[in-house]
Design a protein around this ligand. Structure first.
Ligand code: ZN
Length: 273
């Protein structure tokens, strides 16, 4: 290290150590001709999701070791499948789709976190495999082309099981973060066959931030302070997960290593990122 400038920030250390940032793909639900749900007092879901997504991206980019990727940063439409394809193209370590819930009863309230259901996963796996373009793609670092259908299917299942496990763990952490913010709609992570969650190899979740159909929650969703708290709750869940399960070659892995060596504070500036 002789001759180099003095180390100033955690980012400097990470860059020098050749660590890659963890890419968090943030998907603002709906957009363009698709306004999503309409609030009791006329707010449009697509506007709320964009504001929360932008705030989350800002907070993510302010967190050492993390980098945000927004599937949309203004008001335009993106087809559902395109959203997770964009996340994969940008080498996302996590995909989180931001939405606001609606229900016929104006009293329904609280946030929810969804992961892909097993049924959705297996039907997607079959389709993925059937698609020649995708069969030539990488899944879990294994090239599927030139493998027999059976082997390819087994590899895909393994990759998808690992992805679903990671999605569930991460979603559980995010739900815990949202519970600290207020009462959630359900007590547990929910499962549904959402198209947007169908990446076979990127852990994915969908966050229903609150019920836009509930006038109180609609007002809170429009409040920048509450948007920031929602983003913080989601980010806390994400960083909590990565601290426990740090992907190799990242700042989180280095910090976990340092904690194991008992020198986190002294060597790396200390604390969780
Ligand atoms: Zn929605």
């Amino acid at each position: 290290m002789a001759g180099q400038a003095p180390v100033k920030t955690v980012e400097d250390i990470a860059r020098r150590a050749g660590l890659r940032p963890l890419v968090i793909a943030i998907d603002a639900g709906h957009g363009g001709q698709d306004p999503g749900a309409r609030g009791a007092n006329g707010s449009r879901e697509k506007d709320i999701t964009l504001k929360v997504a932008r705030e989350l991206a800002r907070q993510v980019n302010a967190t050492p070791g993390l980098k945000a990727y927004l599937t949309r940063d203004s008001d335009f439409f993106i087809p559902l499948a395109r959203r997770y394809q964009l996340a994969r193209q940008h080498k996302a370590d996590l995909f989180v789709s931001i939405h606001a819930d609606a229900f016929s009863s104006p009293t329904a309230r609280g946030s929810s976190v969804f992961v892909l259901s097993q049924r959705g996963a297996s039907s997607q796996a079959a389709r993925w495999l059937a698609d020649q373009e995708n069969a030539a793609d990488l899944v879990g670092g294994v090239r599927l082309q030139d493998k027999g259908d059976t082997l390819a299917s087994v590899l895909l299942d393994l990759s998808q099981s690992a992805t679903m496990k990671a999605s569930e763990d991460m979603a559980g952490q995010v739900l815990a973060g949202l519970k600290r913010l207020g009462k959630t709609h359900k007590n547990d992570v929910e499962r549904a066959n959402f198209v947007v969650l169908r990446s076979p190899d990127v852990p994915s979740m969908l966050v229903e931030t609150a019920f836009i159909s509930n006038p109180d929650e609609e007002a809170r969703l429009n409040d920048p302070a509450h948007q920031a708290q929602l983003a913080r709750a989601i980010l806390d869940g994400v960083t909590g997960y990565f601290s426990r399960q740090p992907p190799p070659g990242t700042l989180y892995a280095m910090q976990a290593e340092a904690r194991r060596a008992g020198s986190a504070g002294a060597t790396y500036g200390g604390g969780q990122p």
